[in-house]
Design a protein around this ligand. Structure first.
Ligand code: NAD
Ligand code: UD1
Length: 347
């Protein structure tokens, strides 16, 4: 029998790969399950390059429950971190069934797998999107959830409900849902980062692709919000800090100090930045001007949201170490590294 393993679904993706690095650096052995629908196996090279350890990898679609049988039964998993999901708000509006199918069926299979393999702990990737256009700021874990603004957001709300319902009848399983605010930035080594397919939807990858000349200019969506400079406010959290929070959440589950078998935490910095402040941060750390233009609001966007990070700090002992400048600097360093070294080796 082998022990000390953690199954990481979606582990070759953006947040999953950074979390694998953090797990390895904390003495754990991640085993990755991913169907590579939004990542590629080169992320395993990057994990190995940074951490010195190559996780075992299974190319499995989590919607295919039988395929999970390929994971050897003699591996004893201490826990499972479930990142695997589709995550594009726009795509989910255009193709809702694809999102309900992928995000919910994979979760259901993961829960079955936890029971079948007697995996005691589950960490789930949720999102601040469950708060919708929040009624109070900062958003605490007690802030009432709003009707989701997209099928993607709805899959996260439904997923949280599926987990809580399942845990009621499976007290042997304990779980934490982590509601991420805006994960951004790249590994401090610049050797791992976000790799969106096609034209990026999210701010940071669009910004860095503009910075390296791949895009003509950044469109700032909306300049007439009720904020200090008219642009929308978000709470950006560095992906390596987020990765560290997963290790802390996992360890919290292992020491079994929870009053119940389910907890949820916001993962944000506690600070909100406008889009223009993010651009200013990039211009400061790079010493370069970014071409941008203020355009109409993006449909479905909310004006402002940021987290109360108090619960994660008090209970998990987690406090993000890196601020907005570290986010824009590492995102830019990664974009340059990728375009110079990795992209060439692929083409
Ligand atoms: P990502 O797309 O980079 O990683 C997700 C990984 O899951 C990919 O490698 C993809 O190939 C894999 N995957 C998807 N469906 C699968 C399936 N059916 N079977 C096996 N593998 C599958 O995304 P990410 O940014 O790393 O996000 C990870 C999680 O965090 C997701 O659940 C996402 O919804 C959530 N989240 C992300 C953000 C964000 O801004 N990045 C914000 C809030 C929540
Ligand atoms: C959205 C989702 C979130 C999801 C995340 C990852 C909502 C409320 N939030 O976050 O749940 O997990 O995407 O896919 O649906 N912006 C520009 N120009 C750009 C891109 C973005 O100005 O080219 C602005 C946006 O208007 C927003 C901010 O930058 O104000 C951040 O946008 P983005 O990175 O797309 O994240 P969210 O929309 O906050």
């Amino acid at each position: 029998m082998k022990t000390g393993y953690i199954l990481v679904s979606g582990g070759s993706g953006y947040i999953g790969s950074h979390t694998c690095i953090e797990l390895i650096e904390n003495g754990y052995q991640p085993v990755i399950v991913d169907n590579l629908s939004n990542s590629d196996s080169q992320s395993l090279d990057r994990i190995e390059d940074i951490s010195g350890y190559r996780p075992t990898f299974y190319k499995i679609d989590l919607c295919d429950r039988k395929a999970l049988d390929r994971i050897p039964k003699d591996i004893i998993f201490d826990g499972l971190i479930h990142f695997a999901a589709f995550k594009s708000v726009n795509e989910s509006v255009a193709n809702p069934l694809m999102y309900y199918h992928n995000n919910l069926e994979s979760l259901i299979n993961v829960l079955h797998f936890c029971t079948e393999r007697k995996i005691p702990h589950l960490v789930f990737s949720s999102s601040c999107t469950v708060y919708g256009d929040a009624t109070e700021l900062p958003v605490t874990e007690e802030t009432p959830l709003q009707k989701p603004s997209s099928p993607y957001g709805n899959t996260k709300q439904i997923s949280e409900s599926i987990i809580t319902d399942y845990l009621k009848v499976h007290p042997e399983l304990s779980s934490i849902s982590l509601r991420y605010f805006n994960p951004a930035g790249a590994h401090p080594s610049a050797k791992n980062g976000e790799l969106p397919q096609g034209i990026p939807n999210n701010l940071l990858p669009y910004l860095t692709q503009t910075a390296v000349g791949l895009r003509k200019e950044l469109q700032v969506f909306g300049g007439d919000y009720n904020t200090k400079d008219g642009t929308a406010i978000r709470d950006y959290i560095h992906v390596s800090d987020l990765a560290e929070a997963h290790v802390k959440a996992f360890e919290y589950l292992m020491i079994d100090r929870m009053g119940s078998n389910y907890e949820l935490f916001n993962l944000g910095s506690g600070h909100g930045y406008t889009v223009l402040e993010v651009i200013q941060s990039y211009e400061k750390v790079s010493g370069q001007k970014l071409p941008y233009k203020i355009v109409d609001r993006r449909p479905g966007d909310i004006e402002k949201i940021w987290a109360s990070a108090e619960k994660a700090e008090k209970i998990l002992g987690f406090k993000p170490k890196r601020g907005i400048d570290e986010i824009t600097r590492t995102a830019w360093e990664w974009e340059k590294h990728f375009r110079k070294n990795i992209e060439k080796s692929i083409s």
